[in-house]
Design a protein around this ligand. Structure first.
Ligand code: G1P
Ligand code: ZN
Length: 545
């Protein structure tokens, strides 16, 4: 096998964000752009030399092209064996599962998660380490440094290989196993959950489910698990065929992007009474009942309170973690059950150490992500199965389970307001302004809310003692309400300001308010404190979840 050493010059913008390197497809299409970044990964991940690499992606535009390049570069960089998903498809949670199961040295996932795809959309690449989780910041920083000085990459001089069916072949000294994309993952789900109990929900017609795969990677997984293994009726999975542009839609499972699904649930003429969706790469989830939406922060709290009812967690849980902006609903459950609750910066990578150190069993984020120690990524279908198992045990609807939870622990009204594509300098100055105020806000009153504490969130990892600064400005009020501000680390255009607002209400008589109304006063305070209107020239957020 001939290996070409291609001369190349560095790009200055290959700094990974919250979740890998994410850019417009057009940026990735620049000559040598992808190759430079992949070579930087190989230069840092020394264990891949002579090691096992797992490779796959969410099927978006450029996925197939990138897979061929990475296979050729892996062979040229001394990788011993690659396990690649059939047609290059692997969901993010299944990559994590496969890395752990086969003791791989790392994995490359091609995805821009919930961002739109297609030639004008986004593409992304992330690296997961041998525990199955996203590479820590120390690793991604090193890759970034390497990308700034790179001058050549190595690539095997071969024709494209056929990966459209499971098989084994070699490229030079490297063995390639094209694997069934869904088998290992589905088997793992069957071990964690009570499949017979869930199956009887479907076969007895007690539950009619609609799962929206959003033309993204979970389609084949959902058909295998729900329709085949659990015998939900054919057609349960909608938009189940992965497409390069996700059918022109936005593969982000929230109420704004799942109209077909919510129409099915809310139409009086259907019997559909359980709905769920997942995102581009299958790590997010949305759970809905008939005319009822489960806030992801509540979902984490409900899972924590009920984990002992699920076979995979029957011995109880050791602790939980949530990202800073996630509501504190789970904190109430942890306190009541005397288990530890950790608050981490945004992004799944911060949960890895806590899971590896057996400090937590479950973790989650407000951004439609939840997961457990079964892998080291958030896991969309896992969350759906968790809810199905809960319904089977409790024999209650999604709404009844959630309302009973609020009654016991109180309700956290919660919303996130996003201001997208703001000029990066304006956004940076807005955050600076908030930071500058943060030391003097404690004790101040804004209408009926008194500030108890305000700071710029700093995380001390209790396991490796690393410190991560500037993770968001949080304003805590005396009545347990809270506002958090931070800038997105996954956007590809300008900056996105995220404002997270929550209010705790213990009284069950007040659990029926409209969320935006319940939070109206705090929303107003949030706008005033950050001077959003004056600084960003925006009257309204672009997205409300
Ligand atoms: C967003 C979410 C965050 C999630 C990440 C990757 O990051 O807010 O919770 O981990 O996507 O899915 P952000 O754009 O806010 O940096
Ligand atoms: Zn995702």
């Amino acid at each position: 096998m001939k290996i070409n050493h291609i001369q190349s010059t560095p790009f200055s913008d290959q700094k990974p964000g919250t979740s890998g390197l994410r850019k417009k497809v057009r940026v990735f299409q620049q000559p040598h752009y992808l190759e430079n970044f992949v070579q930087s990964i190989f230069n840092i991940a020394q264990s891949l030399k002579g090691g096992l690499l797992v490779l796959g992606g969410d099927g978006r535009f450029y996925n197939g092209h990138a897979i061929q390049i990475i296979l050729k570069m892996a062979a040229a960089n001394g990788v011993k064996r690659v396990m690649v998903g059939t047609n290059g498809l692997l969901s993010t949670p299944s990559v994590s599962c496969i890395i752990r199961k086969y003791k791989a040295d790392g994995g490359i996932i091609l995805s821009a998660s919930h961002n739109p795809g297609g030639a004008d959309g986004d593409f992304g690449i992330k690296f997961n380490i041998s525990n199955g989780g996203p590479a820590p910041t120390s690793f991604t920083d090193a890759v970034y440094e390497a990308s700034k000085t790179i001058h050549e990459y190595r690539i095997a001089d071969i024709e494209p290989v056929n990966i459209d069916t499971p098989r084994r072949f070699v490229i030079g000294d490297m063995q390639v196993d094209v694997i069934d994309s869904v088998a290992d993952y589905s088997e793992m789900m069957e071990q964690l959950f009570d499949f017979p109990a869930i199956r009887s929900l479907f076969t007895s017609d007690q539950l009619q489910m609609c799962f929206d795969a959003m033309h993204a990677v979970t389609g084949p997984y959902a058909i295998e698990i729900f329709e085949k293994r659990l015998q939900a009726q054919a057609g349960t999975v909608i938009n189940g065929i992965p497409k390069e542009d996700f059918g022109g839609a936005h593969p982000d499972p929230n109420l704004a992007h799942t109209k077909e699904l919510t129409d099915r649930l809310n139409s009086p003429s259907t019997k559909t009474n359980f709905g769920a969706a997942s995102d581009g790469d299958g790590d997010r989830n949305m759970i809905i009942g008939k005319n009822f939406f489960v806030n992801p922060s509540d979902s984490l709290a409900i899972m924590t309170a009920n984990a002992h009812l699920i076979p995979g967690y029957k011995d109880g849980i050791v602790g939980v973690a949530r990202s800073l902006p996630t509501s504190r609903a789970v904190d109430k459950v942890a306190a009541a059950n005397n288990i530890s609750c950790y608050e981490t910066p945004t992004g799944w990578k911060y949960f890895g150490n806590l899971l590896d150190d057996n400090r937590i069993t479950l973790c989650g984020e407000e951004s439609f992500g939840s997961g457990s120690n079964h892998i080291r990524e958030k896991d969309g279908l896992w969350a759906v199965l968790f809810w199905l198992n809960l319904i089977a045990v409790k024999q209650q609807s999604v709404e009844d389970i959630t309302r009973a939870h609020w009654k016991q622990y109180g309700r956290h009204y919660y919303t996130r307001h996003d201001y997208e594509a703001i000029d990066s300098d304006i956004a940076a100055r807005l955050m600076e302004h908030l930071r500058a105020q943060s030391t003097s806000l404690a004790g101040k009153r804004f209408s009926s809310y008194q500030v108890q504490l305000c700071d710029d969130f700093r995380y001390l990892d209790p396991v490796d003692k690393s410190v991560t600064e500037h993770q968001g400005v949080r304003v805590l009020f005396e009545d347990e309400s809270r506002i958090v501000y931070r800038l997105s680390g996954t956007g590809t255009e300008g900056a996105t300001l995220r404002v997270y607002i929550e209010r705790y209400v213990a009284d069950p008589q007040q659990h029926d308010m409209d969320t935006q109304q319940a939070l109206a006063e705090l929303i107003h305070i949030a706008g005033e404190l950050a001077e959003i209107k004056a600084r960003c020239q925006r009257d309204q957020p672009d997205v409300i979840t």
